[in-house]
Design a protein around this ligand. Structure first.
Ligand code: 5GP
Length: 184
């Protein structure tokens, strides 16, 4: 199951809560970005250098990967395959470009697009992140709009969840997980 959406939309919070409630497995990504305060290697991400990431690409270890704001992010394929073989539901929380790569390789996956309630609200949330300054917030907003457009255009996202009220958004995603588990 792929949860995607633009940065600032709250997909990380939704993903954490959905995993807590459903017991689904989380696919831990590799990234070249540095850990933020409180992040743990192997739990939040595998924090690797560019050389290691490049080796993972060369050795075909990644199910998908993308450059997000100049940093590389990718999904190690083996743990995903293993979890699926064990009959588990695996959740990937990745960007739109990555989601579209997964669709090519695993069209049977379920794709969920998390959307902001409005463009104004998305802008407010991205600015609210603070630390980065106005120019950076504008850049992220432009990128977020493009991501939404690309996701909509692809037609890959059967499920759309508007993150207006967090609890409601979490419930919608939990329902989708349960529906997929019980089969058609
Ligand atoms: P952050 O640095 O804030 O944790 O993540 C930045 C963006 O990268 C988010 O939109 C997140 O969903 C995305 N991301 C995280 N892991 C992966 C991954 O493995 N592949 C792709 N394509 N995007 C990822």
């Amino acid at each position: 199951m792929v949860i995607t959406g633009p940065s600032g939309v709250g997909k990380g919070t939704i993903r954490q809560e959905v995993i807590r409630r459903t017991g689904a497995s989380y696919s831990v990504s590799a990234t070249t970005r540095l850990p933020r305060a409180g992040e743990v290697d192997g739990r939040d991400y595998y924090f690797v250098d560019r050389q290691t990431f490049q080796r993972m690409i060369d050795d075909d270890e990644l199910l998908e990967w993308a450059d997000v704001f100049g940093r590389l992010y990718g999904t190690p394929e083996k743990p995903v395959k293993q979890a699926i073989e064990q009959g588990r539901t695996v959740i990937l929380e990745i960007d739109v470009q990555g989601g579209l790569q997964v669709r090519r390789k695993m069209p049977e996956a379920t794709f969920i697009l998390v959307l902001p309630p409005s463009d104004e609200e998305l802008a407010r949330r991205l600015r609210g992140r603070g630390s980065e300054g106005e120019a950076e917030a504008d850049r992220r907003l432009a990128a977020a709009r493009k991501e939404i457009e690309a996701a909509e255009r692809s037609g890959a996202y059967k499920h759309k969840v508007v993150n207006d009220d967090l609890e409601q958004a979490v419930r919608q995603v939990v329902d989708i997980v349960n529906e997929e588990r019980s089969g058609p």
